[in-house]
Design a protein around this ligand. Sequence first.
Ligand SMILES: Cc1cc2nc3c(=O)[nH]c(=O)nc-3n(C[C@H](O)[C@H](O)[C@H](O)COP(=O)(O)OP(=O)(O)OC[C@H]3O[C@@H](n4cnc5c(N)ncnc54)[C@H](O)[C@@H]3O)c2cc1C
Length: 263
Amino acid sequence: MYENMKNEILKKGGKIHLNCKVLGIKTKNKKAYSILTDKGEYQADIIVSSAPFREMVCSLDELDKDITDLASKLKFRNTILVYVEADSETKLFEDNWIYVHSPHVQTGRITNFANWTKDLQCGRKENILALEYWANDDEKLWNLSDEELINIAKKDLIDSALLKPQDIKRSFVLKLHKSYPVYERGYKENLNKIYTALDSFSHLYFIGRNGSFKYNNQDHSILMGLACADKILGKAVNLWHINTDYDYQEDSHIPESAANDKR
Ligand SMILES: Cc1cc2nc3c(=O)[nH]c(=O)nc-3n(C[C@H](O)[C@H](O)[C@H](O)COP(=O)(O)OP(=O)(O)OC[C@H]3O[C@@H](n4cnc5c(N)ncnc54)[C@H](O)[C@@H]3O)c2cc1C
């Protein structure tokens, strides 16, 4: 899907800059006109940002200080994924993933990709597991080395009696920085003030999970992108209303074109 999107953009004369970190957004008279990156500045007619909300909002010079102060208090939590190749003849568990509540292990969720589809195993008998850990930037867990994290994952698998030491083959660690927006007490009130302030800017849109600070799944993140395109084309869409929580289920409206779009 993403390859097709890329090809479509290139076909229409667009350019894609990979490995390019966006540092901030520039505006004049509250109209967005360029992005600053570690590879230079790029002029733009319209800016749609899915980069972490806090950093992008705080980069706006024309935003009132009380709003940037609120934005700077928004918190994200990180995910650590430890992938483990497990040599097991028996099915480890039935589900795609299991949540782990035992205080005796550190992982919070274990996914077995062999239970999603056999195709993921490429004909091999090993199971690929992913053990998830969550931590803030300043927590010890986040700052451990890959080797230390792999040792914790191995211990968790053995202590939970899922695997024997000899079953564990290769391992790989992936750290996802700022993967979860943190919904803490009072966040919604502050967030609504930020959203209202951002509505005074033109040619600037914030979409996606971290990009708009909404704990959305993939479907809603994609829907936000489609709805944003509708908004740019002049349709009356409130992007801030697209999320998976109660308000969305009960009160909000998905634009018909986005909801029916089967692209
Ligand atoms: C562990 C985990 C499990 C999940 N499981 C599910 C699931 O089972 N089902 C489901 O529907 N959803 C799931 N989600 C949620 C889903 O992944 C998100 O909703 C979706 O990926 C959000 O899409 P996005 O485009 O907004 O953001 P992302 O997919 O996070 O894309 C944002 C991109 O921006 C890049 N970026 C960040 N900062 C900058 C910068 N400064 N400059 C340039 N680029 C930058 C990032 O590298 C990333 O590529 C899961 C999320 C996590 C973390």
